[in-house]
Design a protein around this ligand. Structure first.
Ligand code: DP6
Length: 324
């Protein structure tokens, strides 16, 4: 009863921001992401009735009690589905530069869900696996698939229709995603707390929800037409709107630093010089920059020269969950 799975992380082009059910990780809005090729988690799960309790190794080090509790709580869902109570030995290797603002929770829970379900021979469909991964971290449901992925928010109270599916595979359209590191310290408001605070207090949150369907439909069209400029424009405005909702929260949430603004201004400058390049920002100060592969080198070289930029990681669209 042992299996190993690998899942890549993903970056949202239309963001998930806000939950309608915190326990089941049900979102207020649908979202759309691209799975990346370079950053991933590999997880092995072994269930054995002779084990005394769940044990969790993260990068070969025994994890904190808090981390073990999170994993155990998640594994309970898989155990219930399989009708067993065996403890598990979980070992995860994280190849995600968390300091670069890439969420390791997406690849982490996608790999854990896939390995645990396989180890217990649950034989889940992609949709069922996505529903399971969602209950560890919302964005994890999108990492089940490669390429462009939409997470449908669903309307059912039990979350059975809140799942992700693939719109276009990773080989259908290539572009470059540069993750620009301007700060590596831990942020002081997690995305989980930040979204809760925004939903509860921001007068702008309703405006966010009102524009989501329009943004999704414009992005789906851009993907269908392989229209990079339209994709970039919608992605950028969606990210700025998400940060706008946070600025209206009480107390306000501002993840950006001066380096964040420098990168934004630099992208605007590059664009005015004729290079199609766009940015998005998650719940942190670092910036993800999208451009066409033919401009990757020039964009990289100009970004790395900015005084507050510490590192730039380059990725491309990548595959969904695989079993090793
Ligand atoms: C800003 O999926 O990390 O990156 O569901 O509470 O685990 P939980 O949150 P998480 O939030 C991601 C927020 C975001 C936008 C996105 O990835 O869609």
């Amino acid at each position: 009863m042992k299996a190993t799975a690998k899942a890549n992380t993903n970056i949202a082009l239309i963001k998930y921001w806000g939950k309608r059910d915190e326990k089941l990780f049900l979102p207020m809005n649908s979202s759309l992401s691209v799975t990346l090729d370079r950053f991933y988690t590999i997880t092995t799960v072994e269930f054995n009735e002779s084990f005394e309790k769940d044990i969790f190794f993260l990068d070969n080090v025994i994890a904190s009690d808090k981390e073990v509790e999170k994993v155990s709580k998640f594994l309970d869902k898989v155990r219930i589905a399989a009708g067993v109570t065996y403890p598990a030995l979980v070992s995860s290797e994280n190849k995600v530069p968390t300091a670069a603002g890439f969420a390791s929770s997406a690849s982490g829970f996608a790999a854990l869900a896939a390995a645990a379900a396989k180890a217990l021979q649950l034989d889940l469909s992609g949709r069922e696996l996505s529903v399971l991964a969602r209950q560890g971290s919302g964005s994890a449901c999108r990492s089940i698939y490669g390429g462009f992925v939409e997470w449908h928010k669903g309307i059912e109270a039990d979350g059975s229709d809140s799942f992700a599916n693939q719109l276009l595979d990773e080989n259908a359209w290539d572009f470059s995603i540069l993750s620009v590191l301007v700060a590596s310290e831990q942020k002081n408001v997690s995305s989980r707390d930040g979204m809760r605070q925004t939903v509860l207090t921001s007068p702008f949150y309703k405006g966010w929800l009102d524009t989501i369907e329009g943004d999704l439909s414009a992005l789906r069209d851009a993907i269908g037409d392989r229209d990079f400029d339209s994709l970039g424009k919608v992605m950028e405005s969606n990210a700025l709107k998400m940060h706008g909702t946070m600025l209206g929260a009480e107390p306000p949430i501002l993840y950006w630093q001066s380096g964040t603004m420098d990168v934004i201004h630099h992208i605007q400058l590059l664009r005015s010089s004729g290079i199609p390049v766009y940015f998005t920002i998650d719940a942190g100060p670092n910036v993800k920059v999208l451009c066409m592969p033919k401009h990757e080198q020039i964009v990289y070289e100009s970004l790395i020269k900015l005084p507050k930029v510490k590192k730039v990681f380059t990725c491309h669209p990548g595959e969904g969950v695989t079993y090793l």
